[in-house]
Design a protein around this ligand. Sequence first.
Ligand SMILES: [Zn+2]
Length: 431
Amino acid sequence: MIIDGKRLISNLVRLRKLTDTPGAGVTRFSYGEQDAKARQFLVDRAREMGCTVRADRVGNLRIGLPSNRPGRPVILCGSHIDTVRNGGWLDGIYGVCSALEVLETLAARDGNETAGGDDGLLNVDMVIFAEEEGSNFGSTMTGSKFLTGKYGEEDLDRLTDDHGSAMRKYLERAGLGTEGGTDHQFLDPVPWDLSQAAAMLELHIEQGPVLDRAGIPIGIVDAIFGMRVLEVTLTGVGNHAGATPMDERFDAMTAAAECILAAEATVAADPEKRTVVTIGKIEALPNCSNVIPETVRFTMEVRNRDKGKIDGYTERIAHGFRQIAMDRGISCQIRDHSSSEPLPLDEGIGEVIRQTAERAGIPYRVMDSGAVHDACMLAEAGVPTGMIFVPSIDGRSHVPQEDTKEEDLIRGAKLLLETVEQLRAHPPQRR
Ligand SMILES: [Zn+2]
């Protein structure tokens, strides 16, 4: 029995219409009206199958196969349904709709084959993570951070939107966070009890160009990039933009410009071409068109799968910044802002996905991921975790143009199902 490819695509097409910005990509923020409609659609499908549907107080959903047996280890699979503003139609929801296909297929089969008997197979739960993109509160993977215990009670007030409205308010408005919301709200406590979680699988679009360029339909993720973020403050001398001659300026902005280009040149020297550097946030003071900027503050983040490389490139770039500032007579302060360790995914699960792809004759590439996903939070919490990627056409994502060929979408879902079947029969070892 294989997944129903037509049904998968038609579900995705239906959910694509649940957007706040029709004609300009998908905008579906967690706890909003379109999010509620998408949840209802998925919950209705699950109910028709006879699945159990549970939520937790931050809106993560957990949908169990009807044939699940109490106390048995469980394979989790799923992703998120929220988007960035004017995002694409596949990011997140593709992994959710594919997990739904897995449930549909297994529910139909279990119903046919195991009436009354105990097949000894592991349980399967589909997971829908809330607020992955950080669109509301600027914090990514919020739902999975709550369910793994990285976030707790106090974060419900700490996390606020641009207008200062707290996450707790959002949950109240959406009827979440309390008993007696919508009828599927059997509340699971956060953090979840993951002691019975035998595996976590997330199928996702790649969001980068590697698979599409290589013409390879499947990526098996073996590691997630870590990162280190510095905050750099350059301070020169503010002065009149007209009256100060060019050779008497201590312009923090032109110094910043030189620093930014130098950072780019430093990582361009990486022979593997996998180190990435981003200056994503910059502010100038006083930020007036007719004043030479006295202070410029910016963030600089370096990402790679190798911690040694992250630190090595970060140090070299920081050294370059100090040199540039000194040559220009400008002060340079650098402080560590934040960091995350590179994360290896479970080798055993990766091997099962690899063998499953091989048996099915599907070409694949073992690759790392520059983007972080909900599954990573479960991996950090000790759940053996695997991720499967399908190609993104032209490597585009988080934009309305985000797309993947139908045949690739169907192939990915098929591989997900076959992997779940393998893991159900041959449970992975928890380290
Ligand atoms: Zn995503």
